[in-house]
Design a protein around this ligand. Structure first.
Ligand SMILES: [Zn+2]
Length: 167
């Protein structure tokens, strides 16, 4: 390729050059994508109760995976409620699980959060306030492939860049 002085693909948020194929395809780097998600979650608008995210999820070994099905609200925007629902399903099984989430763009992120259980596990499900999810944070895995995302999740957890849920 000839050097023309013209710059290659850049992050649409911070303008830094992008080299990773997933970042180039999505138009922003992993740090900026994570920052955008945190902002979106902090400043979400609309009726919190009427418009819920549509998502699929499952438990695979030590990993809880969540996929955004592009419902009326994004999972990013509804992540604390989504995690609360999942906690109500899994109860004490959520302990030590890592969470990964495929956003509406098809990119996987790791999700960290704090979970507090306020009631005994016997009333965990009936009581909507049984599990309190707070401090939701996103760490980009920058992968569109699920298996690769899972490998990246484990490696980030080993480096303590991602925390498992702790009850
Ligand atoms: Zn950027």
């Amino acid at each position: 390729m000839k050097a023309t002085g013209q710059s290659g693909p850049c992050c649409s948020v911070c303008g830094k050059p992008l080299t990773d194929p997933v970042s180039i395809e999505k138009g922003s780097g992993p740090e900026c994508a994570g920052k955008q998600k945190r902002t979106e979650l902090a400043y979400r608008t609309g009726n919190l109760f009427a418009n819920r995210a549509d998502y699929s999820w499952g438990l695979e070994g030590a990993v809880i995976w969540i996929e955004d099905n592009n419902g009326p609200k994004s999972v990013t925007n509804d992540m604390d409620a989504v995690l609360t629902d999942i906690c109500h399903e899994l109860r004490e099984e959520v302990n030590y699980k890592l969470v990964m989430y495929r956003d509406s763009r098809g990119v996987w992120d790791a999700v960290s959060c704090n979970v507090q259980i306020c009631e005994s596990l016997g009333t965990f499900r009936q009581n909507g306030k049984g599990a309190i999810v707070s401090g939701v944070d996103f760490v980009s895995l920058n992968q569109t492939d699920r298996k690769r995302a899972k490998i990246e999740l484990y490696s980030k957890a080993a480096l303590r860049k991602v925390k498992p849920i702790r009850l």
